[in-house]
Design a protein. Structure first.
Length: 369
């Protein structure tokens, strides 16, 4: 696999986008011949939940549109698909993200991967399903949105493929593998069964802070491309000032390739303090000291609208919403710090909070909040 990473400056999703994409595709040489003519190509954006494009939660529809057009012009048989967060309303996701309109206007199928069947694999000690349309494709075009993440610090090329796991199976796997480094190994393992893949990352506007759904949109000003998703994410870590040893699906010892293309400078990028802090402590200590060592959701009574999506999304049933309660109630002994509730909240009413001893540990280690 070629580990070269390409990056091109792109300041907006309007006039700058098409020239930037075409230049990057030319550098990568992916459409230089007719190799994909007639091939089944699945375009896999990040469609986490039902947010508008300007909120920077999902891959921007303008980029999806242009990629679909370029692939169709090269003769590919294009389908767009994803499996959003398990508690999300699919119709709302398609509509609010703008992807439903793009697919209808461009004449390509938009499929919910959880409704298309799956094949189950057992590898490296993990058992997981992958949606059949993914496995039946000749090529995956992976279109992540570059964001911070409360569990893995970064979600981009590698993590986006988690959406090929259909529906509530994602929630089940969070319950089975709550520790960040174990979850990271699972995400790495998913790539062993993927068809050939091109990754085109949407970093025109990314998300920092309390990502992947409730952070702040931040102009990053570039697109990136790579065949090796791990190489891309190592480059992104370098650009965003993230220590790759804190990203559980990356090998911090691996070489960071020198990207080809435009020089890009990102002054600062804020990542959340979250469950990754538990990686600093041995498992036996976390298990025995669960009452004083934890990362848990806290709810804002002012922002919460009692929609119940967080209760539905929790993989261990640690949340309830009894009549009369202003916010969901948390069973702290059940909580596994997976951040699923935080991801799905449509009103930014949830913050992942740390116990005092973890806050002290963060200061002691000199880590950024």
């Amino acid at each position: 696999m070629n580990n070269q990473v390409y990056r091109v400056a792109c300041g907006d999703y309007e006039a700058a986008l098409a020239p930037a994409l075409d230049r990057m595709l030319e550098m990568a040489g992916w459409l230089a011949d007719s190799a994909i003519a007639g091939q089944r190509v699945l375009v896999k954006p990040n469609l986490l939940t039902d947010r508008a494009p300007e909120q920077a939660v999902t891959t921007h529809p303008a980029l999806v549109r242009l990629v679909v057009r370029r692939l169709k012009a090269a003769g590919a048989r294009v389908t767009v698909g994803d499996s959003p967060a398990s508690a999300a309303n699919l119709a709302c996701v398609w509509e609010r993200s703008g992807i439903g309109a793009v697919c209808a206007e461009e004449g390509v199928p938009l499929i919910a991967l959880e409704q298309a069947g799956a094949e189950t694999f057992t590898l490296d000690g993990f058992t997981f399903p992958i949606a059949r349309p993914v496995l039946e494709s000749d090529l995956i075009v992976n279109l992540p949105k570059v964001k911070s993440h409360s569990l893995t610090l970064l979600t981009a090329a590698v993590k986006n493929i988690y959406g090929t796991i259909p529906g509530y199976a994602k929630t089940t796997l969070h319950r089975q593998y709550p520790k960040p480094e174990v979850f990271g190994r699972l995400v790495r393992t998913l790539w062993r069964v993927m068809p050939p893949c091109w990754t085109l990352a949407d970093a025109v506007v990314g998300m920092e802070g309390q990502g992947p759904a409730n952070g702040r949109p931040v102009p990053l000003g570039f697109l990136a491309a790579a065949e090796d998703p791990f190489a891309m994410d190592r480059v992104l870590c370098a650009m965003l000032h993230i220590d790759p040893s804190r990203v559980p699906y990356l090998d911090a010892r691996a070489e960071v390739p020198q990207p080809i293309g435009d020089p890009i400078t990102v002054a600062a990028f804020d990542v959340p303090s979250g469950a990754h802090l538990l990686r600093l402590l041995p498992d036996w200590l976390v298990r025995r000291a669960g009452r004083i060592i934890w990362v848990r959701p806290a709810f804002s009574p002012e922002a919460c609208v009692r929609c119940g999506l967080c209760v539905k999304a929790c993989p261990v049933h640690a949340l309830s919403l009894p009549a009369g309660a202003p916010v969901p109630l948390l069973n702290g002994q059940r909580c596994i710090s997976c951040s699923c509730c935080h991801e799905i909240c449509p009103k930014d009413a949830i913050r992942m909070t740390q116990s005092p001893i973890l806050r002290w540990l963060q200061v002691f280690k000199g880590m950024e909040a």
